[in-house]
Design a protein around this ligand. Sequence first.
Ligand code: NCC
Length: 276
Amino acid sequence: RPKLSGPELLCRLKSQVQVLTLTPDLQPFASLSWSSQLPVESVTSELGPYKRCAVVSSAGSLRNAGLGKEIDSHDAVLRFNAAPTSGYEKDVGSKTTIRLINSQVMASDDHRFLSSSLYSSGVLVGWDPAPFSANLSQWYNKTDYPIFAQYQRYRRLHPLQPFYIIHPRFEWQLWQQIQDSMAEPIQKNPPSSGLLGTVLMMSLCDVVHVYEFLPSRRKTELCHYYQRFYDAACTLGAYHPLLYEKNLVKRMNQGTDRDIHTHGRVTLPGFGSLNC
Ligand code: NCC
């Protein structure tokens, strides 16, 4: 299979992946009493457009990166899961516009999702690894973590905070693009929050800078900048096809290799600014 160029990959992503979140009109939700808690429109029709956006991976290589001011200079900043800013402002900044959280964070006790102030500002976007079929009823009856009970509780406690749930079709359409751009079969698990968030921002922004998704010269086995836990799998992947995701992003990068080396920074165009 001939290797696709960066511009070709970008156009494929734009045309083949629809960034979509759950709305109350979709079955089985339409028949459920709590469906009115879901946002009426999908995330891309309610948020943005933003000019310059930053996606901040949670990688250990952000430690001592000193990227805080640069990250905060963006119009919108996306962060992941339990990644804090408090105490790490110099390295990762303090602005959080959107927080993308996986179902483990939403529903496992140790994250105190309902009560921690980490989650109560900005826009929340949740996701759960759904079956490959992306069938909503199948998924609803067998989510990885009990996110829907948790979603309802959270909405009652924070009724004014926008909170979207990713449509599983988005996860698997993106997975398919990773697979189609690789010669060998990749594991059949959804992409990491990192790539989901990057593509979400490409649909909301004119230009997207992704920090330390492709590791800089600060590359380390430290898993997260905010925890003393070492595991190379955090950067290289195990469950998620993370290495393939990074290969894809590397090929789409419009910035320089020097930007990656010094700032861990990748530059991607928003879908709206592509001429496909
Ligand atoms: O670690 P995690 O990811 O929260 O990181 C967010 C995204 O940053 C990128 N990353 C992170 C660390 C690193 N050294 N290099 C990186 O490139 C990845 O793109 C990653 O997606 C997830 O994707 O949701 C994930 O969540 C954690 C965990 O559930 C949460 O942090 C909550 O504690 C998963 N870890 C485990 O299940 C143990 C991780 O596999 C994926």
